[in-house]
Design a protein around this ligand. Structure first.
Ligand code: 4AD
Ligand code: MG
Length: 471
């Protein structure tokens, strides 16, 4: 049989499902989801290639030369190439199907051992086969939604003239000052070089100093913002906090815009516009995947996103938030008082019960926030803001930065950080300092929120968490 299709041309499944493509000859490649044989001497084979949630139905007749020898052996997971024509489907379930002119098998998947045979396998089990879980409906949908969120993030900033800056992954500084860092070293642990006082001599280490994986690109982002005005970073960040929760990862992706000549109000507005744009784009561009999440994972997923896009976020100061929590009559496991760091149960009360929408809490006590946040005139609070959303809690953390050299130096000393070590950060205040602000959005918490997936380990392809670094 001759065909006009060149061997390198492939038509993704998503295209074969479109009515306007009926009549076209295609070369389709993918993995079999199901095979049904009919007594009439033909088989229906569902093929999926991840280009969309749905699979396309392929009609293979017994006149194909390898029908008995190969096609009848196809099972879930086998990989195939189909050359055929898109035709209108007589079935109710689908508009189009492919009438195969030839079907080639690349590789079979033995049904006796292929781990994805059964439907309804648990998320926990799927984590143990992270190399195969992208072939499931859920993980295919998560991957496409995550991709759309990333596309949308770049689009939001690029269309507003922000410059994408790459900040280092290996660094000598601790942005959040929390000391939750993974060390980067080539020292031999069995023969550590020591100084006279017995401490490890990092001068002999690879970089000639102690280094770690970054917890945030913010400080370097600030360097570029104080030259290019509006910048953003988008990269992996690492935290060695021993938090075994459904919202924490040891390796996660963070998006950090940094804006010169911007204050906390501008920062909050940017964060709100940003999240709404992402949510809108997902609703528009991933409607089929979102339909799935809405049916199978979280019955309120679509409604929640639509509601958020249509209404303003609530803004309350930390002091007001504490007041609300103290007066609400709710019993919290962790008691509330002015000065505490809000716990997940408090955040959830505010977003899920009190306001039923995203809440931006601002002006936190300085003692629970990082050294770089701008001190308010009350001397007790800083220009910090956290965006909290239902179910996930904190999705964004940000602040207006301290641009006054003397105040910043005082804060650093109070936080036991050495101004000498951060001389470059202080130089930004010494030479042409400007008011500026920025925030960090956790990518995985965003994917989690949008999809309604219960555990953060299921929205990143290969999760890293305490005692977990497989694949
Ligand atoms: O609030 P964080 O620690 O803020 C910063 O790192 C600032 N330097 C950001 C900035 O102002 N440029 O982290 C920001 C966000 C959190 O709101 C959360 O969404 C996410 O990063 N995040 C985590 N996500 C997954 N696992 C973890 N362990 C996370 N820690 C923070
Ligand atoms: Mg935070």
């Amino acid at each position: 049989m001759t065909t006009s299709v060149e061997s390198y041309v492939r038509t993704p499944v998503v295209e074969t499902l479109k009515k306007e493509n009926i009549g076209k000859t295609v070369r389709l490649c993918g993995w079999v989801r199901t095979r049904r044989d009919s007594k009439g001497g033909f088989s229906f084979i569902e093929v999926n290639d991840g280009s969309t949630f749905k699979s396309v139905q392929v009609l293979a007749e017994n006149k194909l030369s390898n029908y008995d020898s190969e096609i009848l052996k196809l099972g879930i997971g086998s990989s195939v190439e189909v050359i055929g024509t898109i035709v209108e489907s007589p079935g109710k379930e689908q508009t189009t199907e492919i009438k195969a002119e030839s079907l080639k098998v690349f590789g079979y998947a033995d049904p006796a051992t292929y781990p994805l045979q059964k439907k309804g396998t648990s998320m926990e089990f799927l984590r143990t086969i992270a190399h195969l879980r992208p072939r499931t409906n859920t993980f295919g949908a998560v991957a496409r939604v995550r991709n759309e969120i990333c596309r949308s993030i770049h689009d939001f900033f690029q269309s507003r003239g922000f410059v994408y800056v790459h900040t280092p992954i290996i660094t000598g500084s601790d942005c959040e000052g929390a000391g939750q860092m993974f060390k980067v070293t080539t020292l031999d642990f069995d023969k550590l070089p020591r100084k006279e006082d017995g401490s490890v001599n990092f001068e002999e280490d690879f970089f000639g100093k102690a280094t770690n994986l970054t917890v945030s690109g913010q400080l370097q982002g600030e360097m570029y913002a104080t030259a290019l005005t509006n910048v953003y970073t988008f990269g992996p960040t690492f935290r060695a906090e021993n938090s075994n929760t459904s919202r924490h990862l040891s390796e996660f992706w963070m998006i950090e815009p940094e804006m010169s000549f911007c204050d906390l109000e501008g920062n909050m507005q940017c964060a709100e516009d940003f999240l709404k744009t992402i949510f809108n784009n997902v609703l528009t561009n991933c409607s089929v995947d979102m339909q799935f999440f809405n049916e199978r994972i979280d019955k309120t997923a679509i409604e929640t996103l639509k509601h958020i896009c249509d209404s303003a976020f609530v803004r309350v100061s930390y002091t007001e938030a504490v007041d609300i929590l103290l007066k609400c009559g709710e019993k919290f496991e962790f008691p509330v008082s002015w000065g505490i760091d809000l716990q997940s149960e408090h955040e959830r009360y505010l977003t899920e019960k009190k306001f039923k929408k995203p809440v931006i809490v601002y002006d936190y006590p300085k003692d629970i926030k990082a050294f770089y946040m701008r001190l308010n005139d009350d001397g007790k609070t800083v220009r910090a803001m956290d965006v909290l959303v239902p179910k996930v809690g904190e999705i964004i953390g940000g602040s207006q930065r301290e641009e006054r050299l003397d105040v910043l130096e005082e804060r650093m000393k109070a936080c036991h950080l050495s101004p000498e070590e951060y001389w470059w950060y202080l130089d930004l205040r010494r030479y042409g300092t400007v008011p500026h602000a920025g925030f960090g959005l956790g990518l995985e918490r965003t994917v989690q929120f949008v999809t309604g997936m219960g555990n953060i380990r299921d929205v990143i392809p290969f999760p890293r968490a305490p005692k977990t670094a497989d694949f």
